[in-house]
Design a protein around this ligand. Structure first.
Ligand SMILES: Nc1ncnc2c1ncn2[C@@H]1O[C@H](COP(=O)(O)OP(=O)(O)OP(=O)(O)O)[C@@H](O)[C@H]1O
Ligand SMILES: [Mg+2]
Length: 342
């Protein structure tokens, strides 16, 4: 008898992670594809393609097939996933079932696109789970009990906020303001204030090295290089934490306001639970210094920064993969009619 294999996938805007039932997390790679326009061929995917970002010759494009958590380029996303699995010799066959985490409130077309992608690659069954549910499980929460938890996942493309109780999402919000948007604000700030053009990788470096949501005890700065907006020549300058904080202020305010609005529309009994249980913060964007204390101060509720926040969703998908029958209620499933087409 051929044993059924179960593979969990978090197809993130920034990172794709894969969990293999019985083994653990087996893949963690940037969701990037490098494409050669002359040969119409994919040159590289994942980490190898990320190294090419912003540095490619004109005939090679490094692109991200997932935008704001949604498949934006179907063919590229499919090629990326296929290549990831080839390199890792994962059990990619008609006996493989996949659990894929998806953002809340996807349109039918967007859901179908995720389902089609995995079916075209050749799996027998595709289960979808909403990301906040997976994030809650990956944060170690008991989502089955009749008590509410508020989970905030600040990813690269979206910030998902959801109140979860008894295996389901009671209310949720999805913002297109997250880690990528922070980078865009930094690029804009450096251009406006310092008259210097920088690319996305440098903005990311600034964010990680000196970015913060509230003033920090130690002063931070970083030396960066870019192209002078006036002379067009290369120039070096330094960016301080106070400057980066100012550039990020507006985005963080939108997040705080949305959180307040979400709590405002939450049924009162559940609001009481949130007060008692606190807010669970995860996703890579939550690693920005001072986000948890900022939310705590603005909302007046304890904020728990989850351990290894970048792995939160895939950990939750893994918990579901290991206990499929127990978490049956949180999965939406799609079967492939016949195992003929590959
Ligand atoms: N130390 C850090 N400080 C600030 N931001 C960070 C840090 N480390 C990672 N990030 C940001 O986290 C984001 C990636 O997080 P994550 O992997 O959770 O996103 P994703 O799941 O791929 O995206 P999405 O869920 O929106 O589809 C990136 O924007 C990255 O810049
Ligand atoms: Mg994510």
């Amino acid at each position: 008898m051929i044993l059924k294999k179960i593979v969990g996938v978090d197809l993130g805007t920034d990172t794709t992670q894969v969990y293999l039932k019985g083994v653990g997390i087996v893949l963690n790679e940037p969701s990037i594809v490098a494409f050669n326009n002359r040969t119409n061929r994919v040159v590289a995917v994942g980490l190898e393609a990320k190294r090419m970002l912003s540095r490619t010759p004109s005939h090679v494009t490094a692109l991200r097939p997932i935008t704001n958590g949604v498949i934006a380029d179907f063919d590229m996303a499919k090629e990326m996933i296929q290549r990831f699995f080839k390199t890792k010799t994962l059990p990619w066959s008609w006996f493989t079932e996949t659990i894929v985490s998806v953002p809340t409130n996807l349109t039918e077309v967007e859901r179908k696109s995720v389902e089609d992608l995995f079916k075209e690659i050749g799996v027998s069954k595709v289960y979808l789970v909403e990301e906040p549910i997976a994030a809650a499980l990956g944060s170690g929460l008991d989502i089955v009990r009749p008590t509410a938890h508020l989970v905030v996942d600040i990813g690269a493309g979206t910030t998902d906020m959801a109140i979860i109780s008894m295996n389901g999402i009671v209310v949720s919000r999805r913002l297109k303001i997250a880690g990528d948007h922070f980078n865009q604000e930094i690029i804009r700030g450096v251009k406006d204030e310092m008259k210097l053009y920088i690319g996305e990788p440098t903005a990311e470096e600034i964010k990680i090295a000196v970015g913060s949501a509230i003033p920090q005890l130690e002063k931070l700065d970083i030396v960066i290089r870019g192209r002078d907006a006036v002379s067009g020549l290369p120039r070096e300058t330094s960016v301080r934490d106070t400057q980066a904080r100012y550039w990020l202020l507006k985005s963080l305010k939108v997040m705080v306001d949305s959180l307040k609005e979400l709590i405002d529309i939450t049924p009162p009994e559940l609001t009481g639970d949130i007060y008692k249980n606190g807010i669970y913060l995860c996703g890579g964007g939550s690693l920005l210094r001072g986000v948890a204390p900022l939310f705590e101060k603005e909302i007046g509720v304890k904020v728990h920064l989850v351990d290894e926040p970048l792995l939160c969703v895939i950990r939750g998908v893994g918990i579901i993969a290991e206990n499929m029958s127990f978490y049956d209620g949180v999965l939406e499933s799609f079967s492939t009619p016949s195992p003929i087409k590959v």
